[in-house]
Design a protein around this ligand. Structure first.
Ligand code: K2U
Ligand code: ZN
Length: 171
């Protein structure tokens, strides 16, 4: 059980493009476990490796309800191979942009291809909240944050708020 610190904007690592994973080895399996521990502790329903400072293409999520058994998903080198035509508007938050929630428009369904922890290639169709979470987490692997889909005014206001907080913390 290892809970890792979650990076908060304006940390530059949250804007980097992450590297593909070459082998699903013990290091990656331990990282996935730490990411799930960190996500459950936050609590959140998804987490991407750059949010804990690891610039690798791996995300975790668990959308099981509170009264359901955990249903962890680990996606290594995930790619969205198809987007549905319909759009859904949902409220999003981000563990790296704490305590703010805004409505975001995204395709309501996706097809995602990834490698699982057993090294097997998986193709999965998703809709609803899972589709939102997949898009949100995969954006993190390319340095894209959900605030980038807001109006420039709203996004700049969020960035300014966290820049100010970071300057105050630096003293
Ligand atoms: O990547 C993250 O920061 C984790 C997010 C993922 C997420 C955000 C919005 C919608 C779906 C997934 C966290 O789980 S943030 C906490 C949260 C949980 C439920 C709904 C909204 C935000
Ligand atoms: Zn996020």
């Amino acid at each position: 059980m290892a809970i890792r610190p979650i990076l908060v904007i304006p940390d530059a690592r949250l804007r980097a493009v992450c590297d593909p994973i070459i082998a699903v080895d013990d290091e990656i399996k331990a990282l996935a476990k730490d990411m799930l521990d960190t996500m459950y502790d936050a609590p959140g329903i998804g987490l991407a490796a750059p949010q804990v400072g690891v610039m690798k293409r791996i995300v975790v999520m668990d959308l099981a309800g509170e009264d359901e058994p955990p249903a962890p998903l680990v996606m290594i080198n995930p790619e969205i191979t198809a987007f549905g035509e319909e759009i859904q508007v949902t409220e999003e938050g981000c563990l790296s942009i704490p305590e703010l929630y805004y409505e975001v428009e995204r395709p309501s369904s996706v097809t995602v291809k990834y490698t699982d922890l057993d090294g097997q290639e998986v193709t999965k169709d998703a809709d609803g909240r899972l589709a939102v979470c997949i898009q949100h987490e995969l954006d993190h692997l390319d340095g894209v944050l959900y605030i980038d889909y807001l109006s420039r005014l709203k996004r700049d206001r969020v960035i300014k708020k966290f820049d100010k907080a970071a300057k105050r913390a630096a003293g």
